[in-house]
Design a protein around this ligand. Structure first.
Ligand SMILES: C[S@@+](CC[C@H](N)C(=O)[O-])C[C@H]1O[C@@H](n2cnc3c(N)ncnc32)[C@H](O)[C@@H]1O
Length: 245
């Protein structure tokens, strides 16, 4: 692991494992902005709705699938995915952080988690049916390297469903948690970025209003006015994408 990656992981762990942040997520193991389109009663219900949206688009309704949850946070995304799959399926949550994987195992001892970098997937060629990456893709160093790995490990007929963020160029969020190579991708250029990795965008939907903007509104309801204003101007597009071979 490079020093830059090590620093990223340490900074990320400090935030995601912080007790104040955990209580903002009502002690769930989620860390995403949620889908607020059905007026969920709580942040963890919104987070679940966002994961369910990925699961529906991934179509896990076949037996014996191999499903990888990339950037699995503290494991609640993996747990929802596993609960939606047929019994014979193999679901693995992966994360670059040892500490987060340890916490995911503590929360879900019956599930499989592995420390792994999204840009260096430890799976055989053509061995994975579904990849789900909930709000993690923009972190990967680089997004393009991850797409190449996804292409390598997916079986024919496989699919990748992910939410991704396209940031404004002057966004303060670009400081350390979005690698330079991932900045500046425009929505119109997404399909060609996937094509370069040998992948095809089946659908791309801009869901900024019901995710990022709605999350900022939620932050204001819990008194985080300054953070909400700062965050709201960071993201140009929050998208959910289904990618096929
Ligand atoms: C916004 S969180 C989303 C967590 C989870 N998917 C959820 O929705 O609750 C992004 C996650 O991506 C992970 N991550 C960042 N870079 C990664 C990489 N290169 N490989 C694997 N995971 C990574 C972070 O550690 C973090 O857990």
């Amino acid at each position: 692991m490079t020093d830059e990656t090590q620093t990223f992981v340490e900074r990320y762990d400090q935030i995601i494992l912080d007790s104040t942040i955990r209580s903002q997520y009502r002690d769930s193991g989620f860390y995403n902005v949620g889908d607020w389109s059905s007026s969920p009663a709580s942040i963890e219900a919104a987070c679940s709705d966002l994961v369910r949206k990925h699961i529906r688009q991934a179509d896990v309704n076949s037996p014996d699938l191999v499903v990888v949850d990339v950037g699995c946070g503290l494991g609640d995304t993996t747990a929802l995915i596993a609960a939606s799959c047929h019994q014979g399926s193999r679901v693995v949550g992966i994360n670059i952080s040892d500490a987060q994987v340890a916490e995911a195992k503590r929360r879900h001892p019956d599930l499989a988690f592995q420390v792994m970098d999204a840009t260096n997937l430890m799976f055989e060629d053509a061995s994975v049916d579904r990849i789900i990456a909930v709000e993690s893709m923009f972190h990967f160093n680089t997004r393009a390297a991850f797409l190449t790995e996804a292409r390598r490990v997916l079986k024919t007929g496989g699919r990748l469903v992910t939410t991704d963020m396209l940031f404004r160029q002057d966004s303060p969020a670009l400081e350390w948690w979005v690698p330079a190579a991932n900045r500046g991708l425009r929505l119109d250029d997404y399909p060609s970025a996937c094509r370069q990795a040998g992948l095809v965008v089946e659908s791309i939907d801009d869901i900024t209003a019901t995710t990022w903007t709605a999350f900022c509104a939620h932050l204001r309801t819990i008194g985080h006015m300054v953070a909400a204003d700062r965050f709201e101007m960071c993201v140009e597009h929050y998208v959910i994408i289904t990618i096929i071979l």
